[in-house]
Write a protein that binds this ligand. Structure first.
Ligand code: FAD
Length: 318
């Protein structure tokens, strides 16, 4: 079922959902099931699975020279989505990214998704490779989420990249996109970033999932600005509880977000790692309660494959 229909059917009740990343290459699918099993208690209507582009490593050859090789650390997004649907009977939402895929590979992935009965996709540009200083599109691939979105729209309309063939069953993917209450780090200002968000919605995106944030006011302002600009699709807040003291530095650095002073001070005052988790959990419970009072359609948790803290938060609010 489409995410927009899940939200409609909930009739104003806040839903619970979460995001997982594929296991490291070589690990078992059990890693995914162990991350999902405890959270099924909260009846998620859908589960997101991220997608990671390739990166580079340098391997030493017999002659001592270094060889640059491309590798994908966490493959398997589509297969994991199929496994989730099969095992749990809930919708799985694959993240489709521009980086690392040619347009032909994207087209083939869309065909796989259609055959698997997957109804939703989250389309994203994708992160830059660690080895690059900024995002470098794959030759023959898409550059911006808007390009990928147009590709999915074309696919839904029965237009393939190269062939003009008769279509007996068009796809009808419900397309989601990313939104940044605190601005995407490359955008020169919020206004420009907003212009592209609006472009994504005007092109046919049906829901927005936000980057994580810790100050609800930023989300409220973002929603207000969206509504004033005629962006009327559901805006699903993405949430990540703090679980380790190192995240006080890591989260702002990686995700370009601010942490509220009271939260960062409370974490700095913690005597041991267990206390940090407890502070992060309690903060997130309050944050979620406020978001539910505001009427958010879904609380969407970035679990990183570790369900325990999300479980404790969901247990306190659902
Ligand atoms: P875009 O919408 O393409 O925007 C990128 C930048 O370009 C922005 O600064 C924007 O203002 C600007 N821009 C947008 N469109 C245009 C245009 N047409 N012309 C010129 N400039 C433009 N990364 C992964 O690698 N894998 C994942 O699975 C993943 N999941 C994510 C899930 C969520 C909910 C979020 C919020 C992020 C996720 N990311 C993921 C990270 C995301 O890929 C990065 O934040 C990336 O840098 C931007 O992606 P985007 O889709 O927002 O890009």
């Amino acid at each position: 079922m489409k995410i927009t229909d899940h939200i409609k059917n909930a009739k104003g009740k806040t839903l619970f959902s979460f995001e997982l990343l594929p296991p490291m290459k070589g690990q078992s699918i059990q890693w995914i099931y162990d991350a999902i099993d405890p959270l099924m208690e909260f009846k998620p209507p859908f589960i997101d699975v991220t997608s990671l582009r390739e990166d580079y490593i340098y391997k030493q050859k017999d002659n001592g020279l270094l060889e640059k090789v491309s590798y994908r650390k966490r493959p398997g997004t589509i297969a994991i989505c199929a496994a989730i649907i099969n095992k749990y009977g809930v919708d799985a939402v694959p993240h489709l990214i521009c980086g690392g895929f040619t347009k032909e590979e994207t087209e083939n992935a869309l065909i796989d998704l259609q055959f698997l009965g997957i109804d939703n996709v989250l389309v994203l540009r994708g992160d830059a490779r660690k080895a690059d200083s900024g995002f470098v599109p794959t030759p023959g691939g898409h550059h911006y989420a808007t390009d990928l979105l147009q590709h999915v729209k074309n696919h839904n309309a029965g237009k393939f990249l190269h062939e003009d063939i008769e279509i007996s069953a068009k796809s009808d993917f419900c397309i989601g996109v990313a939104g940044y209450p605190e601005k995407h780090f490359e955008a020169p200002n919020l206004k420009t970033d907003f212009k592209y968000l609006k472009m994504k919605v005007d092109m046919g995106a049906e829901f927005i999932v936000t980057q994580m944030f810790f100050d609800n006011q930023k989300y409220f302002d973002f929603v207000k600005k969206c509504r004033e600009n005629d962006i009327n699709v559901p805006i699903i807040p993405g949430l990540k509880p703090i679980s380790a003291i190192g995240q006080l530095v890591a989260l702002p650095k990686i995700f370009h977000i601010d942490l509220p002073e009271d939260l960062s001070e409370a974490i700095q005052d913690c005597k041991n790692p267990k206390d940090v988790k407890q502070v992060g959990t309690e903060f997130m419970i309050q944050q979620c309660k406020e978001l539910m009072d505001f009427g958010v359609p879904v609380l969407h948790f970035y679990t990183m494959g570790k369900p325990e803290q999300t479980y404790n938060i969901a247990k306190a609010i659902f």
